[in-house]
Unconditional design. Structure first.
Lengths: 492, 95
């Protein structure tokens, strides 16, 4: 039998239904592969082999009885930010080392309802704060891709670096991820995979370790656009346990994949040309425009004038919300507690200094500062006002266009350690993705080409709120035109 | 609005993160770099703009004021750093 781990999620689900192979077989194939690859790639922080085989067995029983959900028997990786009942959930932090949730996140519960099998928990930047996976308490994940002629180890991006690396290296059929400023789309772009962040409110945040609640959204990282549609529609649901969950039905997005894009109006925002952007990124973007034009789209030049303010706005809003959300880690009810302390205040401060890594501490400090008396209006309220300006930019163009095309990232994957020195350089990774988080819009990254070193590059499609259908439609058209089938050469 | 070591000490206390004295100055420099970059927001005219606190246009839902969950003492305590007899154990706070 050919290697089952190379299959797309869709092909695997079809193969399982047709009984071409069993869930136990494909699950075991992944476990064997993970065992060999993970010591090098470090994509998984925990492999739940026994649980996976148990779930696979139950899936096989349902499949044998002609039953089973839309993902029945399909082995997936789960970002370690989704609480999984009885399985350690750390969000990449020493603060949560050993934390075993007594409950299940709604997103993962939906996946198990549909028959998916959990292979394990995937590495990530600590509390999803990072763009290179280097802030993880479990060490950085390595990108399966390397630049031609270079042996340098590259970042898979972040914060969902484990998810992206695992999908790219065939260590799962697909993975869950989450996106606060670009944490699904940037790693997808860096690894030649597909990643979508849906409209804010589509996927429940219940049981996701919180970073910035008005921005956090779950989504999948997959091998194809069709897989992304399939997995996202399973992940999304209305949930009374999340006060911002939207009480609306989840469409069948797989129907949008393959539909003609003829007559769609595609916006190209002139402000997404940024200083120092490599010519290769511009060339890829031009290529994307040409592909969509060939497919019958009308290309419209648009202006999103507040784009350049999105990142500074994000670096006020996100740390402020994080500072509030992460106040719960006080060493009392769960999480790390320091052994030695002088007073109650000292216990809080010492537990948090020991439990949180450097980048998390940096952001919590910024958050506390912008929320503190005397600076609240000048920073936080100001940022919320600019945030509305950024959202209005999009509102103003939806009359002229049906979707927007941009690059996913300002560069290809960079070497681990390269951008550690200056936090600002790292933050710039999210320049093209962060606007949709602030505005709550859906955005997909699709692998569309390579840089001169043979590293994957992605294009992003942004849609109107709740219009993932068009995002998938255009994303799939780009995927067809690009015909991106390259895989990283195995070195691990 | 430049941040100095004293401000960092104060903010670190607000954030309840123990910060050694020799880290205050480097942190102040780092934060000043980030805040200087953030200050480009001053270029934006936000006169009369309502702060945007949420992406969700709908008002927050209300539900009936009834108990929907509970009786999970052991589950609640299962991750406590220290517990005994069905209670969290915390250090003595009142001297």
């Amino acid at each position: 039998m050919s290697d089952l781990t190379n299959l797309t999620l869709k092909a695997a689900v079809d193969g399982l239904k047709a009984k071409d192979f069993s869930s136990a077989e494909i699950t075991q194939a992944f476990l064997t592969k993970i065992e060999a690859a993970n010591p090098t790639l470090n994509a998984y922080v925990e492999v739940t082999a026994d649980k996976a085989l148990e779930m696979a067995k139950a899936s096989d029983a349902r499949l044998a009885a002609g039953e089973g959900g839309v993902l029945e028997g399909a082995p997936l990786g789960i970002k370690d930010l989704f609480c999984t009942e009885g399985v350690q959930t750390t969000a990449g932090s020493n603060m949560l080392r050993g934390f075993v949730p007594p409950y299940e996140s709604t997103v993962t519960a939906n996946l198990w309802r549909d028959g998916a099998v959990m292979l394990g928990k995937l590495n990530m930047d600590e509390f999803a704060m990072g763009s290179s996976n280097e802030t993880s308490a479990f060490g950085p994940v390595k990108n399966p891709w390397k630049s031609n002629g270079s042996d340098a180890e590259l970042t898979p991006g972040g914060s969902s670096g484990g998810s992206a690396s695992a999908v790219a290296a065939d260590l799962c059929l697909a993975a869950t991820a989450s996106d606060t400023g670009g944490s699904i789309r940037q790693p997808a772009a860096f690894t030649g995979t597909v990643g979508i962040k849906p409209t804010y409110g589509r996927a429940s945040r219940f049981g996701m370790v919180a970073f910035a609640s008005s921005l956090d959204q779950a989504g999948p990282i997959t091998k194809t656009v069709e897989d992304a549609a399939l997995l996202l529609q399973s992940m999304c649901s209305f949930d009374v346990k999340d006060s911002t969950s939207l009480d609306i039905p989840t469409p069948d997005w797989t129907q949008s994949v393959g539909k003609s894009v003829k007559g769609l109006r595609i916006g190209v925002p002139r402000e997404y040309v940024v200083d120092g952007m490599p010519a290769e990124i511009q060339a890829l973007w031009d290529q994307g425009v040409a592909w969509l034009k060939d497919a019958g789209c009308e290309i419209v030049e648009i202006s999103l004038p507040h784009t350049k303010y999105a990142l500074p706005t994000y670096y006020i809003v996100a740390p402020a919300e994080a500072s509030s959300n992460l106040a719960r880690y006080d060493g009392m009810r769960f999480g790390h507690r320091a052994d030695e302390f002088k007073s109650l205040d000292d216990l809080y401060a010492t537990s948090r200094a020991e439990g949180f890594g450097k980048e998390v501490q940096r952001r919590l400090t910024i958050g506390a500062y912008v929320l503190s008396a005397g600076f609240y209006d000048a920073y936080y309220v100001k940022a919320l006002k600019v945030r509305r300006r950024i959202a209005e930019d999009f509102d103003n163009v939806w009359g002229q266009v049906d979707a927007i095309l941009t690059p996913s990232t300002p560069s290809a994957a960079f070497a681990l350690g390269d951008k550690q020195i200056d936090p600002l350089t790292m933050y710039l990774n999210d320049v093209f993705t962060v606007t949709t988080n602030l505005a709550g819009l859906p955005g997909i990254s699709v692998p569309a080409g390579m840089d001169s070193g043979g590293l994957p590059l992605g294009l992003q499609v942004i849609g109107k709120a709740l219009d993932e259908a068009t995002v998938f439609q255009v994303g799939a058209a780009l995927e067809r035109a690009a015909g991106f089938t390259a895989k990283p050469g195995k070195w691990w | 609005m430049a941040i100095d070591a004293a401000t960092v000490r104060k903010v670190a206390h607000l954030a309840r993160i123990k910060t050694p004295e020799d880290r205050l100055e480097p942190l102040a420099q780092e934060l000043n770099g980030i805040l200087a970059w953030i200050e480009q927001l001053d270029q934006v005219d936000v006169e009369g703009v309502e702060p945007m606190t949420s992406n969700v246009a709908q008002p927050l839902r209300l539900r009936d004021d009834i108990v929907t969950d509970g009786a999970k003492r052991d589950a609640v305590l299962s991750n406590a750093p220290k517990s005994a007899d069905g209670f969290f154990v915390v250090p003595k706070v009142v001297e």
